[in-house]
Design a binder for this molecule. Sequence first.
Ligand code: SAM
Length: 235
Amino acid sequence: MNYVLLEPEDFAAEDRVRLAGRRLRHVREILKSAIGDEVRVGVINGKIGKGRIERVDEDSLEMSVLLDCLPPDPLPLRLVLALPRPKVLNRTIAAATSMGIREIDLINSWRVEKSYWKSPRLSAENLRMHSILGLEQAGDTVLPTIRLHRLFKPFVRDELPHIIHGRLALLAQPGEEIEAPRQILQPAVLAIGPEGGFIEREVETFREIGFTPVSLGARILRVETAVACLIGRLF
Ligand code: SAM
């Protein structure tokens, strides 16, 4: 947590917040901050700035806050991600959010385990929590929009063609001949496969609607590593 993210209900006054729980523990035990110290803060979906600790004890702390800067710009990238294993999902959401992705589509695919769709980690509460972890890491405040698409075809065939209109559409596929481009300087949509990879028919569907399969080379990377490498390369 490099920034303490504030929720509207934390505000006791326009420039004063009261915190308890996880954020209090972080300020006391990790940052080891005391009265008079400053910590970096941001307000959910709003500005970032500084907080000065005015009072702290075991149960809560109070800070005066000055929120005077905009959060960093988002990446012009929409991520279409075949639903990964629940544990990997948490990490990938936090990582993608920390890198500035504001739109994530979680999609079904032949090799996505049916049980993953029943995971409590798909709850709005869990997705929000892991998005917040990413925002706190990066010093951003804007929560991503995460959409769930439990059926591959209706999303990829009917919705995705409209979404990719005017954007570069890339499908990450290990071993493809075409290398993933660098520094694209334009809005893009990036599709990442499940742990077993997309099946041939699915790859064909992506191609038909306008995606270009691209690779980072022969090494097969974990989902969250592939997302980070591709973003680093594209932007
Ligand atoms: N089992 C699959 C296979 O053998 O092709 C690999 C799946 S990989 C664990 C999960 C996803 O990460 C892939 O579908 C792809 O989208 C992305 N990925 C992993 N390594 C990649 C690479 N070298 N280049 C492009 N994408 C990659």
